[in-house]
Design a protein around this ligand. Structure first.
Ligand SMILES: Nc1nc2c(ncn2[C@@H]2O[C@H](COP(=O)(O)OP(=O)(O)OP(=O)(O)O)[C@@H](O)[C@H]2O)c(=O)[nH]1
Ligand SMILES: [Mg+2]
Length: 253
């Protein structure tokens, strides 16, 4: 069994990608299960096999403790951590080859707080990977792109798990724009040229130095463009996952 966490900023397309990729895997005869780890989700574009909302009620927490939605979600994450054994058992009992875990949009749970990584590490002892989403439309601006790069590094620094980077919603941009962002992820020179061209003053200076730091650390996050609407890029995404999880083999033993 392989566990794949789908992580990204709010609205970056985690839930729809979970739905689309799980359907895609099913069509390729793979034994896939889906876990919803977002206690605040109102509706989901898939039917989860395991659902954290059966364990915690965010609306109830807001009322009972007079919390706002994000405060209640942080509290919910702590409550989920308390239930981790039960949730793990539910997942293990599925006996699927690959398990996709859709996470909450509050990325600070995974980037900055202890509960996200705790939940991830305690959630079964199976091999794990992280899929980090860069929203294509949001990434078009080099300033946003570099900020998101930093967030993805923060997530990596917390988990130290193999990480696959996707450019989500690529159907919303013309191909040239998609290629340009993918180029940034492959070549620091290309990114630096766009920073020089599109940003000025302090934003230019900071973005340039931030990206240089990341490249100096030896971190290379090549983006794979995907669309959960058109299924573009699913093959490349799957190949990247198979490579890091199963050494290039299928997920099935
Ligand atoms: N065109 C297009 N829209 C997409 C794609 N993926 C997601 N969306 C849209 O983007 C919006 C957010 O998608 P979600 O899948 O809910 O994003 P999320 O990351 O799960 O959001 P939170 O859980 O609230 O953080 C929805 O309106 C989706 O229909 C895509 O590949 N293409
Ligand atoms: Mg979601």
């Amino acid at each position: 069994m392989f566990i794949v966490f789908i992580i990204g900023t709010a609205g970056s397309g985690k839930s729809l990608l979970t739905a689309a990729f799980s359907e895609w895997l099913k069509m390729s005869q793979q034994d896939v299960a889906v876990v919803n780890l977002d206690p605040g989700a109102l509706t989901l574009p898939y039917s989860p096999d395991v659902d954290v909302r059966n364990y915690v009620d965010v609306g109830g927490l807001m009322e009972e403790y007079g919390l706002g939605p994000n405060g209640a979600l942080l509290m919910a994450a702590d409550l989920v951590a308390d239930k981790i054994e039960e949730i793990s058992k539910e997942i293990e009992d599925l006996r699927s080859d690959i398990v996709l875990v859709d996470t909450a949009g509050q990325i600070e749970l995974f980037a900055f707080r202890a509960s996200g990584p705790y939940i991830a590490s305690e959630l079964t002892r199976e091999p794990k990977a992280i899929v980090y989403l860069f929203d294509a439309v949001f990434s078009l601006n080099p300033l946003n792109y570099v900020s998101n790069l930093f967030l993805s590094v923060a997530v990596y620094n917390r988990f130290l798990l193999p990480q696959v980077h996707l450019l989500s919603k690529c159907d919303l941009l013309p191909k040239e724009e998609v290629d340009k962002i993918v180029d940034w992820s492959a070549s620091p020179t290309a990114l630096e040229a766009s920073i020089e061209q599109k940003l000025e003053g302090t934003k230019r200076l900071l973005s340039r130095n931030m990206m240089r730091v990341i490249y100096q650390l030896g971190l290379r996050f090549l983006l794979i463009p995907v669309s959960a609407k058109t299924n573009e890029g699913m093959i490349n995404f799957n190949t990247a996952l198979e490579r890091i999880l199963a050494g290039g083999e299928k997920y099935t033993y």
